[in-house]
Design a protein around this ligand. Structure first.
Ligand SMILES: Cc1ncc(COP(=O)(O)O)c(C=O)c1O
Length: 386
C-alpha cells in the first residue's frame, strides 16, 4: 500500500527553525555549547503562584472537562483584567478560552472563512496564519511590509490589496518576527474601513504586555467586527500549559462554542485553574520584572548587532525579537544561520520562516536567554563574522 497524505499537506510548510533547533540539540549532545537565540518562548519559569494554583487544582481532582467556551471564572477574570488594566469593557460572554492562541486562530478561521474567501496577512508575519486560512479553504493574500517604514503598514496598503473577496485581515501587535507595535488609532481606522466592507479584523495581541517604551494597549471591546486573540504563553510565561483566549463579537459565540465542542472539547482544566492566578498581584509583579529583564536584553543585543553590521531601522518596541537585515554580512540568511550554528555555536532563525519578501537577507534574534548567554553569543558572533 502506498501511503499518501491529503493534497492540502503540500501547502503546509514546516517551521524551518525546528530543523535548526534539532541540529543545535544534536550538537549539544555531542558536547558543544550553543547559545540559543532562535527560540520563540520566554526562558523564564511560569510564576510560582500560577504553578501552585495548578497543583492545587490537580490535588482537588479538577481534572474533568470544563465547558467548551472555558471555565466561567477564568472568562470573568479575563474580562475584569481588560477593565482594570486597559479600562476597556469586555463582557465575560465574549471571552472564549482556547488551547493557546493557536486554538483561537483555528476557531476564528473556522467560523469566518468560506472556501475562496481572501484573508489579508502581512509579510513578514507569523507563518502559521496562512495555514489556518488555507485549512478552511481560504486564500491568504500578503501585504508586503516595508523595512524602510519599520514594518508599519498604512490604510492605503490595505485598501490596495482589498478585493470583493476579502473577508478579514489578520494583524499582530507587537508582531512576530519584527517586534513592531501598531498604533491603536491605525487599528481603529482599519476596523472602521473593514466595517464598511462587512469584513473583520483579527488582532493578534499574543505579545501584549511585552512592550518597552510605549504603553500596552488593546483593541478588545472597541468594535463589533474585531476579534482579539491572546494567550498565557508569552507575557505570562505559560507556553506549555496551552491556554489562550479570544474575544469575539457576541454574534459569533454560539458558533464558536459549537466548533470548540467538536474540535477540542475544551482547553486543559488544570491549566485554566492555574491561569486564574496569573492576574494576581504577586504574579504580575514577577512578570513585570521579567519584562524589565527583556528590555535590558533588547537594549544590549540591539546595539551589539547593529555595531556588528546587522541593520534595523529602529529599536523594536515589543515582543522579544530583533528582525535584522544581514545583507552586508552574507548573501543568504539561511546559510548565515547555519554557518553561525555550526562554526560559532549560536542559533538564530533565518528569515524564510516568516515570509517571502526579504526572507533571504533577514534573520530573527530572540532574546529569550540570559544576558550572560547573550554576551557569550555576541562574542562568538563577532569572532565568526570578523
Ligand atoms: C504572533 C503569534 N501568534 C500566535 C502564536 C501561537 O502561540 P500559542 O498558541 O502558544 O498561544 C505565536 C507563537 O509563537 C505567535 O508568535
Amino acid at each position: 500500500m502506498q501511503h499518501e497524505s491529503a493534497n492540502r499537506m503540500a501547502e503546509i510548510a514546516p517551521f524551518h527553525v525546528m530543523k535548526l533547533l534539532a541540529r543545535a540539540r544534536a550538537l549539544e549532545v555531542q558536547g558543544r555549547s550553543i547559545v540559543h537565540m532562535e527560540i520563540g518562548e520566554p526562558d523564564f519559569e511560569t510564576p510560582q503562584p500560577i504553578i501552585q494554583a495548578g497543583i492545587k487544582a490537580l490535588e482537588r481532582g479538577l481534572t474533568h472537562y470544563t465547558p467548551a467556551l472555558g471555565l466561567p471564572a477564568l472568562r470573568q477574570a479575563i474580562a475584569d483584567f481588560y477593565d482594570s488594566r486597559y479600562q476597556q469593557q469586555v463582557t465575560s460572554g465574549s471571552v472564549v478560552i482556547t488551547p493557546g492562541s493557536s486554538g483561537a486562530l483555528q476557531l476564528i478561521c473556522g467560523v469566518l472563512i468560506n472556501p475562496g474567501d481572501e484573508v489579508l496577512l502581512t509579510d513578514p508575519g507569523y507563518p502559521c496564519n496562512r495555514h489556518f486560512v488555507q485549512l478552511m479553504g481560504g486564500q491568504p493574500k500578503f501585504i508586503s511590509l516595508s523595512e524602510a517604514a519599520n514594518y508599519q503598514l498604512s490604510l492605503d496598503d490595505i485598501k490596495q490589496n482589498w478585493t470583493d473577496k476579502t473577508r478579514a485581515i489578520i494583524l499582530a501587535t507587537p508582531s512576530n518576527p519584527t517586534g513592531t507595535v501598531l498604533e491603536i488609532s491605525f487599528l481603529k481606522d482599519v476596523a472602521a474601513f473593514a466595517k464598511t466592507k462587512n469584513a473583520y479584523v483579527i488582532v493578534d495581541e499574543i505579545y501584549q504586555g511585552l512592550v518597552y517604551d510605549v504603553e500596552s494597549q488593546t483593541m478588545a471591546g472597541r468594535f463589533d467586527n474585531v476579534f482579539v486573540i491572546n494567550s498565557f504563553s508569552k507575557y505570562f510565561c505559560m507556553t506549555g500549559w496551552r491556554i489562550g483566549w479570544l474575544i469575539a463579537p457576541e454574534a459569533f459565540v454560539e458558533d464558536i462554542d459549537k466548533l470548540a465542542q467538536n474540535i477540542f472539547l475544551a482547553a486543559s482544566t488544570p491549566g485554566q485553574h492555574a491561569a486564574l492566578a496569573a492576574f494576581h498581584d504577586e504574579s504580575i509583579e514577577l512578570l513585570e520584572s521579567n519584562r524589565k529583564a527583556f528590555q535590558q536584553r533588547r537594549d544590549y543585543l540591539y546595539s551589539e548587532i547593529v555595531s556588528m553590521g546587522f541593520q534595523l531601522q529602529e529599536k523594536p518596541q515589543g515582543a522579544f525579537y530583533l528582525y535584522a537585515n544581514a545583507a552586508s554580512l552574507a548573501n543568504n540568511s539561511d546559510e548565515l544561520a547555519h554557518g553561525l550554528l555550526e562554526n560559532a555555536g549560536v542559533a538564530i532563525t533565518p528569515g524564510k520562516d516568516f515570509g517571502y519578501i526579504g526572507a533571504q537577507t533577514h534573520v530573527r534574534f530572540a532574546y529569550t536567554t540570559s544576558i550572560e548567554k547573550l554576551i557569550m553569543g555576541v562574542d562568538r558572533m563577532r569572532a565568526y563574522l570578523g
